[in-house]
Design a binder for this molecule. Structure first.
Ligand code: CO8
Length: 290
């Protein structure tokens, strides 16, 4: 992971004029094995490309790199906004990697859940302006990443879907998934969406406000970059305080309850009945192929 050098490189000119040679100042491309970052220093906008084939499922490695990347960008004062997208065709993210929760030890499940919490806490509470450029399907944890951002732009393709479909796997979205969804689309829509495990097509997602804009597939990242300009035109302090005012109560609920949430997750996910459901779901995914 090479992003780690960014803060040192840019620390001398945080939010100030660039003292480095012109070309070096304008664009920084950094690549770890699962995330590529393109930071345009002239605009302060970074694009985080998830690149973990086949489906960007959030396993320990991707979660860890995601969290480190976001932390480094957050500390890098030359960065003011982040666009999150996928470099894989047709998939934004398949959500949490089910194999991390299936037939693994309670200790492993606990560490995994802590990393999932960390991702949400960092992203939902980020001081940066954040936009999800959803260029493919985005179930469950993929949807969580999207709704944790400030704004969502999705590819206008009815084959792509987005939603919190946990109940379809026989599992229950935790309260902070539910709260993030309710903060986005309202209580009643969330109740139906979670209860039925609904995955919305892109046009349906726009209709209920789960995403904010649909554009053609090849324009998703460009439009996100253009839209980011609007967010960055707002006074930074005013934007950050407003965001915190809207999100802090939801974040505080988990922060004051993190260990209990991990404990609840581990005791739920390791139940025999839940493990059976996950096993059946994995089998269904494999059979669907044939
Ligand atoms: N985890 C692990 N493996 C996965 C996942 C996943 N989430 N999604 C897909 N895969 C695997 C498939 O099994 C397949 O493996 P293999 O090649 O070995 O057969 C491979 O990835 C490719 O998958 P597909 O062939 O299905 O690829 P497609 O391009 O046809 O479809 C989709 C891509 C639409 C993403 C499809 O794979 C899909 O629907 N995946 C399942 C998505 C899903 O339901 N995710 C939910 C994960 S749970 C979660 O995020 C929140 C959990 C909260 C827990 C709370 C508990 C208290």
């Amino acid at each position: 992971m090479t992003i780690g050098f960014l803060p040192q490189l840019f620390s001398a000119n945080r939010r100030g004029p660039c003292a480095l040679p012109h070309l070096l100042c304008q664009k920084m491309n950094t690549t770890s094995s699962k995330i590529r970052v393109d930071l345009d220093q002239s605009t302060g906008v970074a694009v985080m490309w998830m690149q973990s084939p086949p489906v960007n499922s959030l396993n320990m490695d991707l979660l860890t790199e995601f969290n480190t990347t976001l932390k480094n960008l957050e500390m890098d004062k030359s960065c003011r906004g982040v666009i999150i997208t996928s470099s894989l065709p047709r998939i934004f993210s398949a959500g949490l990697d089910i194999l991390e929760m299936y037939q693994t030890s309670p200790e492993h499940c606990g560490q995994f859940w802590k990393a999932v919490q960390e991702l949400w806490l960092k992203l939902y509470g980020s001081n940066l302006a954040t936009i999800a450029a959803i260029n493919g399907s985005s179930p469950a944890g993929g949807c969580l990443i999207s709704i944790a951002c400030d704004y969502r732009i999705m590819a206008d393709n009815p084959r792509y879907s987005i939603g919190l479909n946990e109940t379809l796997l026989g599992i229950v979205a935790p309260y902070w998934f539910k709260d993030t969804m309710a903060n986005t689309v309202g209580h009643r829509t969330t109740e139906m969406a979670l209860g039925l495990g609904l995955l919305y097509s892109a046009p349906e997602a726009l209709n209920i406000g789960l995403v904010d804009k649909l554009v053609s597939e090849d324009q998703v990242v460009n439009t996100a970059t253009h839209t980011m300009g609007k967010w960055l035109a707002i006074d930074e302090h005013a934007r950050q305080v407003t965001k915190s005012m809207m999100r802090k109560p939801t974040i505080d609920k988990l922060l004051s309850n993190r260990e209990a949430d991990i404990h609840n997750f581990v005791s739920f996910i390791t139940k025999d009945s839940v493990q059976r459901s996950l096993g059946m779901y994995l089998k269904m995914l494999k059979n669907r192929k044939g």
